[in-house]
Write a protein that binds this ligand. Structure first.
Ligand SMILES: Cc1cc2nc3c(=O)[nH]c(=O)nc-3n(C[C@H](O)[C@H](O)[C@H](O)COP(=O)(O)OP(=O)(O)OC[C@H]3O[C@@H](n4cnc5c(N)ncnc54)[C@H](O)[C@@H]3O)c2cc1C
Length: 475
């Protein structure tokens, strides 16, 4: 079996495959396995360079961590939560919501962030009947933005949902398909009679502020554990090996890849089953050549994300002035970052590792519609991050001295968060139908990854496991 792409999706299926006794070859274009779950070192600290947490609304990632022997290292973030910043002020983020959609309308933080008039508009959500076009199975899909606007009003969308969605999905909520970014929400809303109650049902019994968790030492430990599992069981992982072609060959597949370290030379691998786990940019052309009925698929694009990490000695931050971080509204003047994570405030294990007085800040850049070239220069990005952090953490633009910065790093993720645009769920159903028609068991072609399952490890892990079951259904 050949797995194309060694992100979490590909590694997970590969791990299931070696456990089922298959001979597995994983090919990845990058220099290291893991995709968006990556590690970097800043000021001697091993930090997550991409995903740093996982949603706990579904048990998928915690189950995986348990399977990998990491259960004892699952950690909850500091319960103080994050803040939200707009031109007219900075407030603690209302708790217990989903993508900024509130559930507790009596939360004082919600009143502070919205003001009384906007809060009155939100309350109509509990009264207005749910129209047919906002119910599951409506003829034309409604975007997440339109859903929030119609149920709770423009203020909730602009002041809460848009900044959070811009941080999590690098996309505008008016472009996103709620069925992919919040699966089950439309059905829960139809059942409960309001958007707030629907979100509350989806969140289940999760406590306020504990919607995510992480792994002590960093999420990248999951990748390390998966890689070891695969290799220990005889699976092979070849990095620096971009796949350039995929086509039917007899009852199996012919995979063409660059020779390791020699991009101009290619080699061909014959595989009885293929798992396409590369990101959308690479997967869609390969899918089109493997299954010509899918040659017209559009490539979902997301804003290119640039992350600036600063490690600082700054006693003024010891009090965690903005909790675990700040989400930034697009109307906020004088700040380019769309989000700041105060990582040492959020994760106690990291604060312990960094030591007293040392702080790790992670600022995220790249709003929908912005060009990647704006953040092409590392030194400029790190300077911008230092000033933005000063403003967002209440210290002022020059409140963090250059001498306080022990080290910094910039990591770019172009195209790593593909936007699940309107109709995405329908396109995924089409892909899955075409792939299943190509066969299950021997001869199978499975398509996995964030661009089909929806961004986020919870969605990716749950979906990859379900797909893996189909490829091995003959074993
Ligand atoms: C900056 C950032 C922060 C994030 N934070 C979080 C978070 O905190 N919590 C959360 O749940 N999710 C987070 N996410 C999202 C989450 O990381 C992704 O949804 C998930 O990791 C996607 O996994 P994947 O395996 O589908 O894709 P990827 O991780 O994108 O892996 C795809 C792999 O395919 C390889 N590839 C590409 N082209 C080819 C080719 N031609 N041939 C072979 N291989 C190829 C790539 O090198 C890559 O290794 C974040 C994402 C980013 C970018």
């Amino acid at each position: 079996m050949c797995v194309i792409g060694a992100g979490v999706a590909g590694l997970l299926v590969a791990e299931r495959a070696v456990a089922a006794g298959l001979d597995v070859l994983v090919l990845d274009a990058a220099a290291v396995a893991g995709g968006c779950v990556a590690r970097h070192e800043v000021a001697g600290l091993a930090l997550d360079a991409g995903a740093e947490s996982f949603a706990t609304r579904v048990p998928a990632v915690a189950d995986l961590a348990r399977d990998l022997g990491l259960e004892a290292d699952i950690v909850a973030p500091d319960p103080t939560g994050a803040w939200i910043a707009h031109r007219d002020g900075t407030w603690p983020l209302p708790r217990a919501g989903l993508l900024g959609i509130p559930t507790d309308l009596d939360d004082p933080a919600l009143r502070a962030a919205l003001g009384p008039a906007a809060l009155d508009r939100v309350r109509r959500d509990a009264i207005d009947p749910i129209p047919a076009e906002l119910r599951p199975g409506a003829a034309a899909p409604t975007s997440l933005g339109e859903l929030v606007r119609r149920r709770m009003g423009e203020q909730v969308l602009d002041r809460l949902v848009r900044p959070i969605v811009s941080g999590v999905h690098a996309a505008d909520p008016d472009q996103l398909d709620p069925q992919t970014v919040a699966p089950g929400l439309l059905a829960a809303m139809a059942d409960t009679g309001s958007l707030a109650a629907g979100v509350a049902r989806l969140r289940g019994t999760a406590k306020a502020g504990s919607a995510v968790a992480s792994i002590r030492g960093g999420m990248h430990r999951i990748v390390d554990a998966l890689v070891h599992r695969i290799q220990d069981a005889g699976g092979r992982i070849r990095t620096g090996t971009p796949v350039t072609g995929l086509r039917r060959s007899g009852d199996g597949w012919e995979v063409t890849a660059a020779a390791p370290g020699q991009p101009a030379r290619t080699r061909t691998v014959l595989a009885d089953r293929v798992v396409l786990a590369a990101g959308a940019g690479a997967a869609i052309p390969l899918l089109g050549s493997a299954l010509p009925s899918l040659a017209d698929l559009p490539t979902p694009v997301g804003a290119p994300v640039t992350l600036a990490t600063l490690v600082l000695r700054c006693p003024a931050l010891d009090a965690h002035p903005r909790g675990t971080g700040v989400l930034v509204g697009a109307d906020m003047a004088g700040v380019e970052a769309k989000a700041l994570t105060h990582a040492t405030a959020k994760w106690d294990w990291l604060a312990q590792t960094a030591g007293p007085g040392t702080h790790v800040l992670r600022l995220s850049y790249g709003r929908p519609g912005e060009h990647a070239a704006r953040y092409a220069d590392d030194a400029h990005v790190l300077e911008t991050a230092r000033h933005d952090a000063g403003v967002l953490l209440g210290l002022g633009r020059d409140g963090i001295d250059a001498a306080a910065v022990l080290d910094g790093d910039v990591v770019r993720w172009p195209g790593a968060l593909p936007a699940a645009g309107l109709g995405h769920a329908g396109r995924v159903a089409r892909i899955r139908t075409a792939a299943r028609a190509a066969g299950t068991g021997r001869g199978a072609l499975a398509v996995v990854g964030g661009w089909v399952a929806g961004n986020g490890l919870a969605a990716v892990v749950a979906d990859s496991r379900a797909q893996a079951a189909q490829i091995f259904d003959d074993l």
